[in-house]
Design a protein around this ligand. Structure first.
Ligand SMILES: Cc1cc2nc3c(=O)[nH]c(=O)nc-3n(C[C@H](O)[C@H](O)[C@H](O)COP(=O)(O)O)c2cc1C
Length: 356
């Protein structure tokens, strides 16, 4: 029988257990995305808490876009040394750390300077006068920024990179028919809407060699009118696998998702592990490991999913904000469910649990 504490390996990366801290915007970087003491402390605390692999909060790959207050970044070489200190500190606890790479698009209401890139300007965006439909040149700039960001992340000692292709951030918007109305080769049918993500994945694979872990976090569905469908998502993941992807994390939802079908849901015993059916179906379709995120609160349920499906990893966000040492607690035998009550009051300038 498989257990959540099995030691495993994917794309050459050894993991001491099957738990992953899903990417969580921490709000602890400085105003340019640089490492601060409190950001460093936060990651060390997570690593000490027992999780096998950490995925960082979203880190911006370009300095053209508006940055979210406290967001991490990797848009030039000045980040490499300071992030190396962070990865070294995390590795001391036998924990992997993967950097999540992002372009924000319009998912950012801050007043910081920079453009708000979108695949197409839709009615919803016109209230934001700065929303800018990307030219082909912009797309090339963005593609190069992702590759350079990945190269820097590797130099800084990260054990892998994850492309944020979920939740309505810029790459995810390219996949969604509602947001992507382009008439060129980056819009239209599924292949065209997925083109930019596949190209970025292929470029990073070429730049970083055959073995470096490249992950994608993607929506199984957008759960909205004219949203990405699960059939499309499966087709795209197969193309990404061909382009050299190492693992996929299955999430879902955007800001426009139907009620109770968004990214971050209230969790009850009946709705725990809310994307697990999608992740299980995906794991039947593709040959690379599937990480399932969303609403994991109960170790017995995770053990059942692990043994009944081909899902190999489980990622958690809110439970580890409430209890950074949750995995140690479970491993020591206190298997009471996660204390997180999924109130989602952890969103803020600095992400923290108000009950801690
Ligand atoms: C405060 C907060 C910050 C988040 N930041 C990110 C992020 O930077 N990147 C990302 O892909 N998802 C982010 N998410 C979504 C989580 O990774 C996760 O997909 C979602 O919260 C569901 O998992 P959970 O039930 O374990 O919280 C964030 C969620 C919260 C609550």
């Amino acid at each position: 029988m498989k257990t959540v504490f099995d030691q495993t390996e994917f794309a050459g990366l050894k993991a001491k257990n099957r738990f992953v801290r899903s990417a969580t915007h921490d709000g602890r970087a400085d105003e340019w995305g640089h490492v601060t003491d409190k950001l460093m402390h936060h990651y060390v605390e997570l690593a000490e808490g027992g999780v096998g692999t950490i995925i960082t909060g979203l880190a911006n790959v370009t300095d053209r876009e508006r940055i979210i207050p406290g967001q991490m970044a990797i848009y030039n070489d000045s980040f490499v040394e300071e992030y190396r200190k962070m990865t070294n500190a995390v590795h001391e606890h036998n924990c992997n750390i993967i950097m999540q790479l992002v372009c924000n698009g319009v998912q950012n209401k801050s007043k910081n300077q920079g453009v708000l890139w979108v695949p197409s300007v839709i009615a919803e965006d016109t209230s934001m006068a700065e929303a800018t439909e990307m030219t082909k040149e912009d797309i090339e700039v963005m593609k190069e920024a992702f590759t350079k960001g990945a190269v820097r992340a590797k130099e800084a000692g990260f054990d892998g990179v994850q492309l944020h292709v979920a939740h309505g951030y810029l790459l995810s918007r390219f996949l969604t028919p509602y947001y992507n109305r382009r008439m060129d080769e980056y819009g239209g049918n599924t292949e065209n809407r997925a083109r930019v993500v596949v190209e970025i994945c292929r470029n990073i694979r070429e730049a970083l060699g055959a073995d470096y872990p490249i992950l994608v976090k993607i929506n199984c569905e957008d759960f909205m009118e004219q949203g990405l469908t699960f059939e499309e998502c499966k087709w795209i993941c197969l193309r990404l696998q061909e382009a050299g992807l190492s693992a996929v994390e299955i999430s879902g939802g955007t800001r426009l998702s139907r009620a109770n079908e968004g990214v971050i849901r209230r969790v009850t015993p009946a709705t725990e592990s809310y994307f697990s059916q999608y992740a299980a179906e995906m794991a039947e379709e593709i040959d690379i490991p599937v990480i399932c995120v969303g609403g994991h609160r109960n170790i017995d349920k995770l053990t059942d999913i692990l043994n009944q499906t081909k899902i190999e990893y489980f990622s958690l966000c809110r439970p580890l904000i409430r209890e950074p040492a949750l995995i140690n607690r479970w491993e020591k035998g206190d298997t009471a469910p996660a204390a997180c009550i999924s109130c989602t009051k952890c969103f803020g300038i600095e992400t923290r649990c108000i009950f801690k």
